[in-house]
Design a protein around this ligand. Structure first.
Ligand code: AHR
Length: 518
């Protein structure tokens, strides 16, 4: 029995001894609807599409000549599924790929574009069929914002400045005329532009102070019309490291709108043997939950640094790469980072969403890695077939939280999911007032075998009933396959008050999103 009272998302691993088979009392969720918090920027639900494996080529781009039904080269089934997800933002072209990408290789007639080797990802030929115009065609079809990641590692300030000019300029300019000649007279709308990626690693193995100087150098020459000026992103740190946030917010802070941050969940925590995507033991379900919940600690630490260096909160903290990273699917190209996607991934996604909502004032944009066929993907394709993953459904269920107004929540008497002397909070919760005026609640149960009752309390408001969706399954690694593409998908859910109280039974290993009625 635990008397764990936490403001929502006090989500760290609970230290030390906890009994292994606790009998849970009822958990209480209180939502303070009278004290609205910051808006949850829709771009928290951003995606990432890198030139990596079959993430773009095959997975999304098949070319206009393909027999697979497509629109100007982008496959219709995948674009249709992504539209249903209300994808608000896509980051492109990398990742590590971005620091070897030269934008001029990707414009003009496709047949004449140079072929390079994708040295980061599998050493396969990169024919540059997807370039700037094709990317913007995709985001325009999706109705999404564009996040373009520039090349600091092997690029130059001139190349970077000219790419931004090519995309955004509207006056008399040779680059604007070249854009028009290549089929797009109107400027492209660039919502975000990053200067390099992972400068501490694949982006150049730099020290933060050196990168900060380079960032200031590059961004000085990034000029765009005021009405089409992208938010500029300095590429930041990862995991426990807060030094990059500290150095960049001090040395480059005046010229940046956001500092990025990367954190991946590895079940074992080890890069040489990360853990399997399917068929894993419960110990790896537990460590995946515990590892995911560390996102809260990392954001808190970085936000504390930002609050010191940027008390006016001008700088956003953009988690522009996150998600699960497992051992690649046996028999696939190790450079393609293909992994299967299970119920565990959906729970990981939802835990992260609840954490991001709790930090909505600074976390104004994130990008899951990655959109199709790579790492924690929404969609998996095989030739002309496509399937939707549990992570896709988590994103779909959370659509009402895009641009919703966060509401403070308190969990009392939370359950603890424990293993080998460690424990994590069983239930994670988030609430928000949607753009449609409805009050939405998300509940996640990290415990794979114990259902939990959560009683709802919204002071000043009757809770007569709730209606929404639940995603769960019998197996921890439940997943869709091309033979059984609907093996796991959300089911409708509703509950009504009894005796003036509404209690929601949250199944084991489940994600629930519902609207509160009446
Ligand atoms: O998402 C895969 C890779 O992970 C990205 O290219 C890189 O930025 C990170 O290390």
């Amino acid at each position: 029995m635990h008397a764990l009272k936490s403001t929502v998302l006090a989500l760290g691993i609970l230290a030390a001894a906890v009994s292994s088979a606790p009998a849970f009392a009822q958990v209480s969720l209180s939502i303070d609807a009278a004290k609205p918090g910051p808006v949850i920027n829709k771009n928290v639900y951003g995606q990432f599409a890198e030139h990596l494996g079959t993430g773009i080529y095959e997975g999304m781009w098949v070319g206009p000549e393909s027999k697979i039904p497509n629109t100007r080269g982008w496959r219709n089934d995948v674009v249709g599924a992504l539209k249903a997800l209300h994808v608000p933002l896509v980051r492109w072209p990398g990742g590590c790929f971005a620091d070897e990408y030269h934008w001029r290789d990707g414009i003009g007639p496709r047949g004449k574009r140079p072929v390079k080797v994708n040295t980061n990802w599998g050493g396969v030929p990169e024919n540059n069929a997807v370039g700037t115009h094709e990317f913007f065609d995709l985001v325009e079809m999706l109705g999404a914002d564009a996040y373009v990641n520039g090349n600091l590692g092997t690029g130059t300030p001139q190349e970077t400045a000219e790419w931004v000019e090519y995309m955004t300029s509207e006056g008399k300019s040779s680059l604007a005329e070249l854009r028009a000649k290549n089929g797009h007279p109107a400027p492209f709308k660039v919502a975000y532009f990053a200067v390099g990626n992972e400068a501490w690693g694949c982006g150049g193995n730099m020290k933060p102070e050196y990168y900060a100087s380079l960032y200031n150098h590059y961004r000085t020459f990034i000029k765009a019309p005021p009405q089409n000026r992208p938010k500029l992103i300095a590429s930041g740190g990862n995991d426990e490291n807060t030094t990059w946030t500290d150095v960049l917010s001090r040395d480059a802070g005046r010229g940046t709108d956001g500092i990025s941050f990367h954190y991946y969940t590895l079940p074992t925590g080890k890069w040489d043997k990360k853990g399997a995507a399917v068929g894993f033991p419960e110990s790896e379900w537990f460590s995946t939950m515990a590892g995911t919940l560390r996102m809260d600690e990392f954001i808190r630490k970085n936000v504390a640094v930002l609050d010191k260096n940027d008390p006016q909160k001008k700088i956003g903290f953009y988690v522009d790469e996150w998600g699960t990273w497992y051992d690649v699917e046996p028999g696939t190209n190790p450079g393609f980072l293909f992994q299967r996607n299970t119920l565990r991934d959906a729970v990981v996604a939802a835990l992260n969403f609840n954490i991001f909502h709790a930090h909505a004032d600074r976390v104004r944009m994130t990008n899951i890695a990655q959109m199709v066929n790579v790492l924690q993907a929404m969609i998996i394709t095989d030739k002309d077939r496509m399937l939707l993953t549990p992570t896709y459904y988590a994103y779909q269920m959370y659509v009402p939280f895009q641009d919703a107004t966060s509401l403070p929540v308190t969990l009392s008497n939370n359950s603890t999911y424990s293993m080998n002397g460690k424990g994590v909070p069983g239930i994670s919760a988030s609430a928000a007032r949607g753009k449609d005026g409805k009050l939405y609640v998300a509940l996640v149960n990290a415990n794979p075998s114990q259902a939990t009752d959560v009683s709802m309390d919204i002071p000043g408001q009757m809770v007569a009933s709730v209606r929404g969706q639940v995603l769960t399954a019998d197996a921890m690694d439940a997943h869709n396959t091309f033979d059984k593409p609907q093996a796991i998908k959300p089911a409708p859910f509703s509950a009504s008050a009894a005796g003036g109280k509404l209690t929601v039974k949250v199944p084991a290993k489940a994600v629930m999103v519902f609207a509160v009625e009446g």
